[in-house]
Design a binder for this molecule. Sequence first.
Ligand SMILES: C[S@@+](CC[C@H](N)C(=O)[O-])C[C@H]1O[C@@H](n2cnc3c(N)ncnc32)[C@H](O)[C@@H]1O
Length: 292
Amino acid sequence: MSRAPLRPAIREAADILAAAGVHSPQADAEFLAAHVLGVDRGRLALMPMLTPDQLEEFRKLVARRAERVPLQHLTGTAAMGEIDLAVGPGVFVPRPETELLFAWALARLEQIGHAHPPVVVDLCTGSGALALAIAHARPDAQVHAVELDPEALAWARRNALQLADEGDTPIDLHAGDVTDPAILDHLDGRVDVVVSNPPYIPEDAQLDPEVMDHDPHRALFGGPDGLSVIRPMVDTIARLLRENGAAAVEHDDTNGAGVAALFTTHGGFTDVIEHPDLAGKPRFVVARRITD
Ligand SMILES: C[S@@+](CC[C@H](N)C(=O)[O-])C[C@H]1O[C@@H](n2cnc3c(N)ncnc32)[C@H](O)[C@@H]1O
């Protein structure tokens, strides 16, 4: 069989995905084509043809995507900062919304400078996304990450081993509950930066099938108001941070003021600021530790 031109195959795929209700059909068709061809999406123009095997694989992936399997489960990777993470069933797919929280953490670490190795904690690490992206960008940092779900922890371990193999500073992964009053107590008062993208969706939210049927529910839902993990986690953050240490916590776009109020009423924080995400929605709150 002869080779097939790529552009019409992508057009056909985008139409199938649009009809299935996929939100970004053209982009997803291009990502899947790039995956099959083993190139970055930006280099597709250099690959005008598909072999018969590549066309068959592409069409199979498009059919799975039309069943609303997440794109990242099909390609096997998701990005955070400069790194790619292996993802799949059993772990939350890192989202672009979290990139600004990551950028805030790097800027905060830059302010701290390089005089001492900064200590960073990622609470609810999932695939290890924030912890590993920070360790990649700041090799001098001592990064700790906490995760409750054994399946997610296995993905985090796999990503941590891969990145350490590639030369990144290893991180410390801890199995545990971020609301446990003793979690990481050996770091009490020693942490410069805490980051967290915890489960925060209110229980009754309507979600796309990619999310509802494929992200672990423990990663998504934060009780009736979306705050069931964040509320007790504020005490953990207060305990861990050193004076002037700072934290950033991602939240549901309905909960910016609610999360800011949790930090303000705690009494151990100042400079409590709400931040938007790339789409302009309220997405994370930062706060700086003061002495009680
Ligand atoms: C929204 S996901 C975020 C994962 C990762 N931080 C990211 O941005 O991709 C939340 C993660 O928190 C974990 N988790 C939920 N409750 C937890 C708890 N009480 N203690 C520790 N981890 C928890 C879930 O298993 C899930 O992996």
